[in-house]
Design a protein around this ligand. Structure first.
Ligand code: SF4
Length: 362
C-alpha cells in the first residue's frame, strides 16, 4: 500500500524509515524537502541516495490535498476550498496584516459540537481530518502564496480556528502542530501557533502536557445558563471547570495569558450586565479578550450587536484593566470571516437535514 509521507511528523517518519531498513536521520532530510522546500517529487530530493529515492517512489508519495477553489478578497484575504474527497471540502483562510501573515486552519469536516451561532456547526459533521490534510493546508497555502524557501516566511502565524473543534481530533492535530513547530519543517515558535477550543477540558490538560501552544477559548457567554444554550459543550464542562483548566494550562503555556473569544450577538450576550458577569468569571485567569462582531449567515437567527453596544461592552472590560481587541472583519465578501466557514460537508449527523425541515415549517 502506498504511504503518504505528509501524514508523518518527524518521530513517525523516523520510525517509518527504520521500518524499511533505513537510518532514522533520513527523517530530518525528508522533513526539509517536504515542508521547508515544498517538494513532492522524490526525484528532486538531491541529497537522498538515488537507490532510496527509487525505493520511495515505489511505495510512498508526498500527496497534499488538492485545491477545489481559490477566492481572493478585496482586502487581500484569501480562502481556499480544499478537496478532501467523497464530496467533502474544508476551508483555509490566509489573512495578511502589516506585521504578520496568519493562516486559519481547519481540523474537521464540519463540527459535531453544534454551537448555535456557528456556520460550520450548522453544516453537521462528517469526519476528522488526517495529519496530511491538516498540515497539507499549510503546504498548499505556502505554494499558492509563492513562498520562496530562502526568503522570509509569508505565513508567520497559524491559528487552529477553522472548521471543527481541534481538540476533538487530538492526535492528528497535535501531530500536525509538531510539524508546524519542527525546525526542519516550518519552524514556527509555540507562541505563533494558537489553538482555539470551545472548552474540552480533559483534552486541554492533555495538550498542556503534550504540545503546549498559545491557547484561545471560545467563551461567548458569561454564565452557565446562556453558555449551555449557545455553546452546548458547556453542559458537560461548565464555566468553573473551564476556568480551572485555563489556569492549569497557563502553567506550561508559551504565553502568560489565555485569549477569550466572545462573539457579539445582538440582545443575547452583549449587555453591560453580561460584561460585568464576564469580569467575574475570568477573575482568576490572566487573559485578553477578543470581541468578534457576529458575521451573519442565512437563517442564523442572530444579528450582529450594535456598534454602540460593542463599544460599551469593550469599555467595561478595558476599565477593569484588560486588553481588549475588537476583531476587524476580514474577507467578508468571500465568506471568510470568523464563524462563516462552511466548506462542503456530507453531514453524517443528519443535523443539517433536521434544520432544513424545521426551517421549511417555520
Ligand atoms: S464554534 Fe467551533 S466548536 Fe462550536 S460548532 Fe463552530 S467549529 Fe464547532
Amino acid at each position: 500500500m502506498t504511504v503518504n509521507l505528509l501524514n508523518f511528523n518527524q518521530a513517525a517518519l523516523a520510525e517509518y524509515f527504520q521500518g524499511i531498513g533505513e537510518k532514522p536521520f533520513r527523517a530530518k532530510q525528508m522533513m526539509r524537502w517536504m515542508h521547508h522546500f515544498g517538494v513532492s517529487d522524490f526525484g528532486e530530493m538531491t541529497d537522498i541516495a538515488k537507490a532510496l529515492r527509487e525505493k520511495l517512489a515505489k511505495e510512498a508519495v508526498v500527496a497534499p490535498p488538492s485545491v477545489h477553489l481559490e477566492q481572493i478578497s478585496e482586502d487581500g484575504t484569501r480562502k481556499w476550498l480544499i478537496d478532501v474527497g467523497a464530496g467533502n471540502g474544508v476551508e483555509t483562510v490566509f489573512i495578511p496584516e502589516d506585521d504578520r501573515g496568519t493562516l486559519c486552519v481547519s481540523s474537521q469536516v464540519g463540527c459535531a459540537l453544534d454551537c448555535t451561532f456557528c456556520s460550520t456547526g450548522r453544516q453537521g459533521f462528517n469526519r476528522n481530518l488526517s495529519v496530511s490534510e491538516i498540515i497539507g493546508q499549510l503546504w498548499v497555502a505556502n505554494k499558492a502564496l509563492g513562498r520562496d524557501p530562502k526568503g522570509d516566511r509569508i505565513i508567520s502565524n497559524v491559528v487552529m480556528m477553522g472548521m471543527g473543534e481541534p481538540l476533538a481530533n487530538f492526535d492528528n492535530v497535535v501531530a500536525a502542530m509538531n510539524i508546524m513547530l519542527d525546525d526542519s519543517a516550518y519552524g514556527l515558535s509555540r507562541r505563533r501557533v494558537t489553538l482555539s477550543t470551545s472548552g474540552m477540558v480533559p483534552a486541554m490538560d492533555r495538550l498542556r502536557e503534550e504540545c503546549p501552544v498559545a491557547l484561545a477559548v471560545s467563551l461567548h457567554a458569561p454564565n452557565d445558563a446562556l453558555r449551555d444554550e449557545i455553546v452546548p459543550i458547556n453542559r458537560k464542562y461548565p464555566i468553573a471547570q473551564l476556568m480551572a483548566a485555563c489556569q492549569r494550562y497557563l502553567e506550561k503555556a508559551p504565553r502568560d495569558f489565555v485569549t477569550f473569544e466572545y462573539v457579539m450577538l445582538d440582545g443575547v450576550n452583549d449587555t453591560a450586565e453580561h460584561a460585568r458577569q464576564l469580569l467575574n468569571i475570568v477573575q482568576d485567569v490572566p487573559c485578553k479578550f477578543n470581541l468578534i462582531p457576529f458575521n451573519p449567515f442565512p437563517n442564523s437567527g442572530y444579528d450582529t450587536s450594535k456598534p454602540d453596544n460593542i463599544r460599551r461592552f469593550r469599555d467595561i472590560l478595558m476599565q477593569a484593566g484588560y486588553v481588549v481587541t475588537t476583531r476587524k472583519t476580514r474577507g467578508e465578501d468571500i465568506d471568510a470571516a470568523c464563524g462563516q466557514l462552511a466548506g462542503k460537508v456530507q453531514d453524517k449527523t443528519k443535523r443539517s437535514l433536521r434544520r432544513i425541515k424545521v426551517e421549511a415549517v417555520a
